[in-house]
Design a protein around this ligand. Structure first.
Ligand SMILES: [Zn+2]
Ligand SMILES: [Zn+2]
Length: 192
């Protein structure tokens, strides 16, 4: 992908945020969940998180989900512009916590949701600007709603995770091929 490391990191963050909602249970239901998310994604400059942060981040999660799963480019652009339009964005160079010089986009004093909207929103805007929006995908496994960013060179990735969904789907396809009643040819064969 023609994207820098910071952008790829922000894209991974937005994917992780959206996917907290796609499993059997919601992974973002209380303050502890939110704290865990902030820690695991190493989101900088976040003070104590509150119930209000939780509500705002959950709303933002829905907005990002809708952007990811939009069926055409026009609606992705419209939705993302709407999100960016209501977010205060202040680009500035920083080298905190031992990281090399990089650009932050969230405004000084931003809430956690604003912070995520700015960083992840700008990263997604670059994906769109590079005409790469088709890399924003939903997993093809029928029982999985996870989203992912396809970073493969030939844009060929279809599963959120090749070890879980990819492997599961390949096993299912293999079993379907082996089952005698699954194909006409094999059925005739089985009947002798
Ligand atoms: Zn940073
Ligand atoms: Zn999946």
């Amino acid at each position: 992908m023609p994207f820098g490391h910071d952008m790829v990191y922000s894209l991974a963050t937005v994917v992780e945020l959206i996917n907290t909602a796609t499993g059997d249970h919601d992974g973002l239901t209380d303050i502890d969940d939110l704290r865990t998310f902030v820690r695991s994604r190493r989101i900088s400059g976040v003070g104590a998180v509150t119930v209000r942060d939780l509500t705002e981040v959950r709303t933002l999660r829905t907005d990002f989900h809708d952007i990811f799963t939009s069926s055409d480019r026009v609606s992705v652009v419209t939705r993302l512009n709407k999100l960016l339009g209501r977010t205060r964005i202040t680009p500035r160079l920083t080298e905190h916590d031992g990281f090399s010089l990089h650009v932050h986009y969230f405004a000084p004093g931003a809430s956690l949701a604003e912070h995520l909207a700015a960083e992840c929103g700008v990263a997604l805007a670059h994906v769109l600007a590079e005409n790469e929006w088709e890399r924003l995908r939903k997993c093809r496994a029928p029982d999985c709603d996870n989203v992912f960013v396809d970073e493969s060179r030939n844009r060929s990735r279809v599963y959120c995770d090749s070890r879980t969904c990819g492997n599961r789907m390949h096993v299912a396809a293999y079993r379907a091929r082996r089952r005698p009643e699954s194909g006409q040819g094999k059925k005739r064969q089985a009947l002798g």
